[in-house]
Design a binder for this molecule. Structure first.
Ligand code: BGC
Length: 750
């Protein structure tokens, strides 16, 4: 096959030049001020700028203030509230020798006080505009409390639901995560970082952290360069292109080199290839953890390796402060490197306008926090994140004329848990639970509530009889199962993804009442809920929906809204299928049901041979429970007339792929039209399908619309081990409702 190489160098120039030019133009005045400041700084002051601490690390408030006064602190994380941050800022700008403001960081992951769905849920909305709006709300609320910088978005590709942090991710797909990365960065940062309603974003965790071995947090990652560049890096590149102010290096050891000391990823790729001129912060103590990794003998070597790789600011550990002087004396690093890192940090402070407006108005918070507008965005975001997985006999939506419903389950009224993981500032008092919302919607007399289980892990079945009674006296059961917030997130990994505690047993006894059961699952990850599908009539997957999860669920169950979410991850039949993701490569014996499709039908002492067998499990097959991109709604959509504007394109060309979508059901609803391609043969093996575009559209009953999605040859480029290439050859294209279905067409690149 003739290979056309878009030379790597050419790509860098294309990518690098515009950002260089614009940043030079934009930053010229502050660049001068930055250099002036640096020329006045002592080494201690420079190292102060390169250090970030949590207040508790100072021992007490007075020590913190003194350290700021002495110019020893460039950044503080986890200090919140305008009063507190202003007090510290006043010391920095008025009492420290050079008056450099501190930058205050915080994990504002999916909302500040108004909590949005977890990022995995936001990704399920497949709605980048809404995601941007949701993050803008988070930014405005956080900024009103003195926060300048969030450690988000987390854009680690995650293909292992055992990993607790999958909740914080946008799921398994590179393209969807890249789209969401851009939306989140733009949402947090707006068009202008100096706007007091915006905050700096941070693309994390750079890079590969989501591929932790066995789904155990902090674990080793081994990702060959082809996979790294094709699957794991693009979301970070998208964040960079969207103008993200900062990157965070990660905890993981990547191919033997911890990412916080990794010259290949931080220096070669991020700085040299992509031309990133913002700031890189380490993860919490990830520099000194290189000692435990066995990559540095001591703090001094850890500092040296992080400095050489290009980590500008050290979070929480203090290897820089303690060792840079010696490293300079020994000639292992030079002063210009240190000055460059300090410049990267000061540049953000200038861009945020901290030198001109260091303080946060103390009345800003009350104007925005939990405002009606913010709560409305949270409700919309929750609503769009829900994925309808099953709806037997179109049991949903329920009629509002129903005489009564039973609301059962440990998550029906769990205001803390519905916020999900990694929430520092959201308060459960502000959550509206499904129980509260359903009572409001139907009238309290129509709702029979019984928890059944105290929390998701409860094993005692004591509460079952009350739950059965509630079910028996109702027309339908709304059963809220899943997992508590604490079961996902950092360091909260699971080896078993079934419903915890006695939740399956609760479902059994409720189903046995013969009442129609609508199961709503709230969880930080995809759980293995296969057996529940047989017992429940409808299943709505609601992730951890945030502050307004309850009203969003109540509206959807009773048809005031229709589901429109699609899975951002593959759902598994059993945990043993991991890793299972839609965009895998094909193998030489692609999965089909071969000789044995059912382990129970294999005769005793059957002769073992390989012929006719393919890549699948005897006991779990190869299919997922639900494929990536899947999601039902209250209407039906018909796809027809797949058209390609041309059957061929050049290596720098493009075509338009179109389909006619019609709402063939009785209700207005949205559909996410998804475009997938397959490159049939390449200089390295290509995935069986890859998402390359999507459009979310709302259609009234009977309405028809032609949906156009452009496909550029450059979107089909990939890294083949030597260079980024667009290769001539034949391609398949599908447009459809999920990764497992769609109208098929063909085109070629020549
Ligand atoms: C996490 C980061 C987070 C940081 C600061 C670390 O443990 O890995 O994602 O931003 O803490 O809270």
């Amino acid at each position: 096959m003739k290979t056309t190489i878009l030379f790597l160098a050419g790509l860098f120039i294309l990518n690098f030049l515009p950002s260089c030019v614009s940043s030079v133009e934009k930053e010229e005045p502050s660049e001068k001020k930055i250099q002036e400041l640096i020329s006045k700084m002592t080494l201690d002051e420079k190292l102060g700028q390169m250090s970030q601490f949590d207040p508790f690390q100072f021992g007490n408030e007075e020590n913190m203030k003194q350290a700021v006064r002495d110019g020893k602190v460039g950044s503080i994380l986890n200090l919140v509230g305008a009063k507190k941050t202003n007090e510290i800022q006043k010391i920095a700008v008025e009492e420290s020798r050079l008056g450099i403001p501190v930058i205050i960081g915080r994990d504002v992951i999916h909302g500040y006080r108004t909590i949005m769905p977890i990022p995995l849920g936001m990704a399920a909305s497949w709605n980048s505009e809404l995601t941007k709006k949701a993050m803008a709300v988070a930014a405005e609320e956080a900024a009103s409390e003195g926060i300048h910088w969030t450690f988000a978005p987390m854009i680690d590709i995650s293909r292992d639901p055992r990993w607790g942090r999958i909740a914080e991710s946008c799921g398994e797909d590179t393209y969807l995560t890249s789209v969401m990365a851009e939306a989140m960065v733009k949402g947090f940062q707006g068009d202008d970082l100096s706007n007091p309603k915006t905050i700096a974003a941070c693309a994390k965790h750079y890079v590969g952290y989501g591929a932790a071995e066995g789904g155990r947090d902090y674990n080793t990652t081994n990702i060959p360069e082809v996979l790294l560049r094709n699957d794991y890096l693009p979301p970070f590149k998208a964040a960079k292109d969207a103008g993200v102010a900062t990157f965070m290096s990660a905890f993981n050891d990547l191919n033997g080199v911890p990412t916080s000391g990794n010259e290949f990823t931080l220096k070669q790729i991020l700085r040299n290839e992509w031309g990133f001129n913002g700031m890189v912060v380490s993860d919490w103590s990830s520099i000194t953890e290189m000692i435990q990794h066995g990559y540095a003998a001591d703090k001094k070597e850890a500092a040296l390796k992080a400095l050489k790789a290009g980590v500008d600011m050290e979070m929480a550990s203090n290897s820089y402060v303690e060792n840079v002087q010696v490293l300079l004396d020994e000639g292992k690093i030079d002063r210009t490197t240190i000055d460059r890192y300090v410049a990267n940090i000061l540049r953000i402070k200038f861009e945020l306008g901290l030198f001109d407006h260091p303080f946060t108005p103390e009345d800003a918070a009350e104007k925005t926090i939990l405002s009606e507008k913010n709560m409305a965005v949270a409700k919309e975001a929750a609503s769009e994140s829900f994925v309808l997985l099953q709806n037997k006999n179109e049991i949903l939506p329920l009629s509002k004329d129903i005489s009564s419903v039973a609301v059962i389950g440990p998550l029906a009224d769990a205001p803390h848990d519905q916020m999900g993981t990694w929430v520092f500032d959201g308060k459960k008092e502000n959550s509206v639970t499904p129980l509260t919302a359903l009572k409001q919607k139907l009238g309290p007399e129509k709702v029979h509530f019984a928890k059944g289980l105290e929390i998701s892990r409860t094993k005692s079945t004591e509460g079952f009889s009350e739950a059965i009674k509630a079910a028996q006296k109702s027309d339908a059961v709304l059963l809220f199962l899943g997992e508590e917030a604490i079961l996902s997130g950092e360091a909260h990994c699971l080896a078993n993804l079934n419903l915890q505690g006695a939740q399956n047993e609760l479902l059994d006894v409720i189903a046995a009442t013969g009442k129609p059961v609508v199961l709503v699952v709230m969880a930080g990850r995809q759980l293995t809920i296969g057996s529940a599908l047989e017992k429940a009539h409808a299943v709505l997957y609601a992730w951890a929906p945030g502050t307004m999860g309850g009203p969003a669920i109540a509206d959807m169950l009773f048809g005031d809204t229709a589901p429109s979410g699609k899975l951002p991850v593959t759902f598994l039949k059993t945990v043993g299928q991991i890793p299972l993701y839609y965009n895998h490569t094909n193998t030489g014996r692609p999965a089909t049901y071969g000789q044995w499709t059912d382990i129970n039908k294999i005769p005793a002492e059957a002769v073992q041979h390989s012929l006719g067998n393919t890549s699948h499990y005897l006991d779990a097959g190869f299919e997922p429970l639900f494929p990536f991109g899947f999601g039902l709604t209250y209407t039906t959509f018909n796809y027809s007339e797949l058209q390609l504007s041309s059957k061929t394109m050049g290596i720098d060309g493009s075509i338009m792929v179109s389909v006619t979508l019609q709402n063939t059901g009785r209700r207005e609803a949205s559909e996410v039209v998804q475009l997938y391609i397959r490159d049939r043969a390449g200089s390295v093996t290509r995935p069986v399908k890859q998402l390359k575009g999507f459009k979310k559209v709302s259609l009234k009953p009977g309405e028809k619309q032609k949906i156009d999605i452009p496909l550029n040859a450059k979107d089909l480029s990939f890294y083949n081990g030597t260079a980024y290439v667009v290769e001539p050859g034949d391609f398949d294209v599908w447009m459809g409702t999920s990764s497992a279905s769609g109208l098929h067409g063909e085109f070629s690149i020549n």
